[in-house]
Design a protein around this ligand. Sequence first.
Ligand SMILES: Nc1ncnc2c1ncn2[C@@H]1O[C@H](COP(=O)(O)OP(=O)(O)O)[C@@H](O)[C@H]1O
Ligand SMILES: [Mg+2]
Length: 221
Amino acid sequence: MAETILETVRLVRTYAGGVQALKGVSIQVPKSKCTAIIGKSGSGKSTLMNILGCLDAPTSGEVFIRGVPVDYTDTARLIDLRRNEIGFVFQQFNLIPHLSAQENVEYPLLFSYRPEKERKDHASALLARVGLEHRGSHYPGELSGGEQQRVAIARALISEPAVVLADEPTGNLDSRTSDDILDLIHEINRKEGTTFLIVTHDADLGDRVDHQITLHDGGVI
Ligand SMILES: Nc1ncnc2c1ncn2[C@@H]1O[C@H](COP(=O)(O)OP(=O)(O)O)[C@@H](O)[C@H]1O
Ligand SMILES: [Mg+2]
């Protein structure tokens, strides 16, 4: 059994207005594997990802990263977790439009104390890793959707996070480009041992990962 890198225990999230988006979700994400959370629209996938990514807090229940409970009242620690332990890949890519591809990848390291040359070299190496070594000076608006998502994956990897969370990473891409992005995620997982947690409404994706979890109406089934 692989080591668990991320775990939730009876996670509940009730939104103002009374919608209970998560109704006691307990999951374990194995280290160095690709795990998919599959569920229909409205099943609570983004709610769960936002909590795991420390962008939102649960109403009750617990999250453990590398076995350490996350204290959602400790803002400084949450910022540290977002910078150092968690990489996030969004459906809408969320690149910064006025920064080049290279600068977008480097961006999370601007808050570290790494020397400038080391930051730039690391960003260049990651751009090459995702097949975009010739696109470093291009702006997001000059890149295709697939290329933008590659830049976003490189950005998510730059702090060497414990886990990369990807919320519908292929949701805005055509099927061929989606396959390429999934291949890239798999290759990075296999070669680098990076842990990925992908959420999707696409049940077919379940066949392409090591481990799958099904979410239905705010609960694991
Ligand atoms: N900020 C919010 N306020 C109130 N209800 C929300 C909010 N975000 C999501 N919901 C509701 O919570 C449920 C789960 O949503 P979400 O986590 O976005 O699901 P998914 O990502 O699987 O489509 C839905 O019923 C949705 O309408
Ligand atoms: Mg969603």
